[in-house]
Write a protein that binds this ligand. Sequence first.
Ligand code: ADP
Length: 256
Amino acid sequence: MFITIEKVSKTYETRNGPIRALDTVDLEIRENEFVSIVGPSGCGKSTLMMLLAGLVPRSTGSITIGGKRVEAPYTDIGIVFQQDVLLEWRSILQNVMIQAELRRLDRKKLEARARHLVELVGLKGFEGMYPHELSGGMRQRASICRALLHSPPLLLMDEPFGALDALTRDQLNIDLLRFWQQSPTTVLFITHSVSEAVFLSDRVVIMSPRPGRIEEIVDIELPRPRRIAMRETPRFLDYSRRIGRVFESIGILREE
Ligand code: ADP
């Protein structure tokens, strides 16, 4: 198993007392699997991601990635957040190259890869532009390039398309899948959107409200490559309904 999360919990100590963000979480993820996590705000999705990245210490349990136990910031990953966190004073290419600079990697070699990635995500011709000259979708494409520059075996994405309009979001979903099929990597994708999770994933992990627990895991057995039109098919709608029903059963979706 590429990732093993075993009996992991997290309690934050705050001025107002402890906040139990994650209850006991057990999850295994195969190499090159695309797994999404859906759940209500505050259920600990970002916490789980921070624990995986070793950026926040866990309260109990163990996490291993690629056979190594996560005890300190785990660097062999790429992270994409909802906000693109691009540096406004650097061009798009220079923003992507930050990853090489911070990791002290071979800049010459990686600049070629940076240019290749930028082209793959449809930003060819924009390498020298500055973030404010780009749309939200283009900025997020650039931050995906930055996250992938060092070819990480694990890509963590925390609501990466949550701030984009629906059409741009659809396009980025399609492009992300195309990229992932060309250069497979393990992806853990956090989203509020059930339909986005079903569209992208091999498995969808449904989390309960705080303290977050895994309520159910749904295997998405839709063929790949996935097409936007698949979202209208009975099988796709069945998966969405099934996930919706889990949310109803735990009191997340109420009709009145
Ligand atoms: P989600 O990503 O699902 O919205 P989070 O992981 O951000 O959830 O947060 C889970 C819970 O933990 C929330 O109640 C939040 O207020 C709390 N929390 C998150 N980070 C911290 C922190 N650094 N200190 C204290 N509480 C936190």
